[in-house]
Write a protein that binds this ligand. Structure first.
Ligand code: GBH
Length: 495
C-alpha cells in the first residue's frame, strides 16, 4: 500500500528521534525587517541570472512572521525534534554587533518550541554569511573569519544555551565551498570562469575556504566545551553520496570509489576526529593548506557526534574507465579533488539501461536508499561516533501530484528503512530529520523545487500539509507506541 510504514520501523530503538529540518535563509523571509543585515545570499540572489527566475529569499515562507503557525504544524504531526538554523546577519547585522530584535525573534521561537515540547537542534551557519564580512575581508577566504565566527557562536551559546543542547557549527561545507568558490553557482559566487564570475580561483579557493571553516569550527567547539558539558553536544553536518565501485571486482574502481569517499566525507571529518586531512587528499591536492601542530590538537576530537545529510549516491570508476558520456559528472565542483575518477548513474555502457535508481525532481537526485545504509556504515567504521541523519528528502518528478505525494512517501519509507538496516548492522544512529518541514527557497533553484512535507502557496503563503505529512505523523506515532498495526488501519486517505 502506498501509505505503508517502513517494514523495519520497529527495529529503530526506543528513543530514536524523528524530526524535521529547515534553514533560516530558505524559510524566514523578512530580509530587511527586524534590523537584519544583508547576507551573501541576499547579494547573490539579487544579482541578475544567479537564481531560477531571479528568485530570492526576500519573502520565502515568511516564517519570520508565521513561525507560530509552523511550530503548530510540528506539534500537530507529533514531531518532537526540529532542526533549524540561525541567521548570523539577523542576530548580528554587521557580523559583530548584536541586534536586539534578532535576539528577541530567536528567543521567542525557541521559547515556543520548548513550550510545545519540541527539542530544537540549532545550526549556526547554513550558508548565510553577513555581507559585511564578505566586503571587509572576503569572508571564508580570510583567517579573520575564525575569530568572528567563534565570537558569534559563543554569543549564541550564551543567549540560547539554556534551551538548546545540540548544536551544529556548519551545514555541508562541501556544498558551500564547492558552490561558492568552485563552480560559483552559490554565494558568494566566485570561480575561475570569467564568463560567469568576476573573481575567484576555483583551484585554490575551495581548499582555503574549507580550511578556515574547519578552524572556525575548532575554536567554536572549544568555547562550547568550556561552557557546557553533560547532556550537551556539538557537531558539524556533512554531506555526500555513497560511492560504489562501478565495475564489480575492479581494483581501480574500488580505489577510485574509496578516494571519492575520502574527498567528500573525510576532507572534513578526518580533521575533526583525527586532527588532520586524509593522506589521500594531501597527495592529490598539493594546494591543500596545512594545519600547525596546535591547530591539529584543537581540531582533533572537536565533534561529539556526526550530522549526516544524505540524498543520493553514484557509481565511481577510475579515470581510465570507459563510461557513457552522459553519466560523467563531478562531485562538488572542486577541481583540485576531481579528475581521478568518473561518476556514473548507471553500471551499464549502453544508454537507456537501468540507472542507480529512479530520478527525482532534481536531476542530481537518483533514489538510492541502500546508499544511506552504506554511508552510515562507512562513517561508523571510520569514526566510531554517534550519528544523526540531519537531512534526507526529495523533490518529486514533475507531473506527480504535489499534495498527494506518494512518491515522496516512498522515498522517505525506503530511506528510514535504510537507517534501520544500518542500525541492525552496528551503526549508532540516534536521529532522523526529514528535509524539509516546508517547501522553501531551494538556493539557485529558487522556488522551482519543492522538498516540503507541507505545501506552501507562494502567492498566499498558505500552508497545506501534504499526504507525506500525515504519513510521517503516523510513523512517529507508530514508532512511539511500538506498533505498526495500531495505526495502519486508521491511515487517512487510503484506498
Ligand atoms: C542540502 O544539500 C542542503 O543542506 C539544503 O539546504 C537543501 O535545501 C537540500 O539539500 C536540498 O537540495 O546539480 O549535480 O551540481 C544537499 C547537497 C549539493 C545537492 C549540491 C545538490 C547540486 C548537484 N546538494 N547539489 S549538481
Amino acid at each position: 500500500a502506498v501509505d505503508a510504514l517502513p517494514p523495519n520501523l520497529l527495529a529503530l530503538p526506543d528513543g530514536f528521534a524523528f524530526g524535521a529540518a529547515t534553514a533560516a535563509y530558505q524559510i524566514e523571509g523578512a530580509a530587511s525587517e527586524g534590523g537584519r543585515g544583508p547576507s551573501i545570499w541576499d547579494a547573490f540572489s539579487h544579482e541578475k541570472g544567479k537564481t531560477h527566475d531571479g528568485d530570492s529569499g526576500d519573502v520565502a515562507d515568511d516564517h519570520y512572521h508565521r513561525y507560530p503557525e509552523d511550530i503548530d504544524l510540528l506539534a500537530k504531526a507529533g514531531i518532537k525534534h526540529y532542526r533549524l538554523s540561525i541567521s548570523w546577519s539577523r542576530l548580528m547585522p554587521d557580523g559583530r554587533t548584536l541586534n536586539d530584535e534578532g535576539v528577541a525573534f530567536y528567543s521567542a521561537l525557541l521559547d515556543l518550541l520548548v513550550e510545545k515540547n519540541i527539542e530544537p537542534r540549532v545550526t549556526l551557519y547554513h550558508w548565510d554569511l553577513p555581507q559585511a564580512l564578505e566586503d571587509e575581508y572576503n569572508g571564508w577566504l580570510s583567517p579573520s573569519i575564525v575569530e568572528d565566527f567563534a565570537a558569534y557562536a559563543e554569543k549564541c551559546f550564551e543567549l540560547f544555551g539554556h534551551h538548546v543542547k545540540t548544536w551544529t557549527t556548519f551545514n555541508e561545507p562541501l556544498t558551500f565551498v564547492g558552490g561558492g568558490y568552485g563552480t560559483g553557482v552559490m554565494a558568494p559566487g566566485r570561480c575561475s570562469d570569467r564568463s560567469r564570475c568576476i573573481a575567484g580561483d576555483s583551484e585554490t579557493e575551495p581548499l582555503l575556504a574549507a580550511h578556515n571553516v574547519l578552524l572556525a569550527h575548532a575554536h567554536a567547539a572549544s568555547r562550547f566545551r568550556a561552557r557546557f558539558s553533560k547532556g550537551y553536544s556539538i557537531d558539524m553536518v556533512n554531506c555526500g553520496w555513497m560511492a560504489w565501485p562501478l565495475r564489480d571486482g575492479s581494483v581501480d574502481d574500488m580505489n577510485a570509489a574509496s578516494s571519492f569517499m575520502e574527498a567528500q566525507w573525510a576532507w572534513f571529518l578526518d580533521p575533526l576526529v583525527r586532527g588532520d586531512y586524509p593522506p589521500s587528499l594531501k597527495a592529490r591536492a598539493p594546494a591543500l593548506p596545512q594545519f600547525t601542530i596546535e591547530e591539529q590538537t584543537l581540531l582533533k576530537g572537536s565533534v561529539d557526534m556526526l550530522g549526516v545529510n544524505y540524498y543520493t549516491s553514484r557509481y565511481v570508476a577510475a579515470a581510465d574507465a570507459v563510461y557513457p558520456a552522459a553519466s560523467v559528472g563531478d562531485a562538488a565542483g572542486i577541481p583540485a579533488l576531481n579528475g581521478e575518477y568518473h561518476l556514473a548513474t548507471t553500471r551499464s555502457l549502453s544508454e537507456g539501461d537501468p540507472r542507480i535508481g529512479v530520478v527525482g525532481g532534481s536531476p542530481w537526485l537518483y533514489v538510492a536508499p541502500d546508499g544511506l545504509t552504506d554511508v552510515l556504515l562507512w562513517l561508523q567504521d571510520r569514526y566510531h561516533l554517534p550519528m544523526a541523519v540531519t537531512e534526507n528528502g526529495c523533490d518529486q518528478p514533475s507531473g506527480e501530484d504535489e499534495r498527494d505525494d506518494v512518491w515522496r512517501i516512498d522515498y522517505l519509507r525506503s530511506h528510514i528503512d535504510g537507517v534501520a538496516t544500518a542500525i541492525q548492522r552496528g551503526a549508532d544512529v540516534q536521529a532522523y530529520y526529514a528535509w524539509s518541514l516546508l517547501d522553501n527557497f531551494e538556493w539557485a533553484d529558487g522556488y522551482s523545487k519543492r522538498f516540503g512535507l507541507v505545501f506552501v502557496d507562494y502567492n498566499t503563503l498558505t500552508r497545506t500539509p501534504k499526504r507525506s505529512f500525515a504519513w510521517y505523523a503516523r510513523l512517529i506515532h507508530a514508532h512511539a507506541s511500538s506498533s505498526l498495526l495500531l495505526v495502519d488501519d486508521v491511515a487517512p486517505g487510503r484506498d
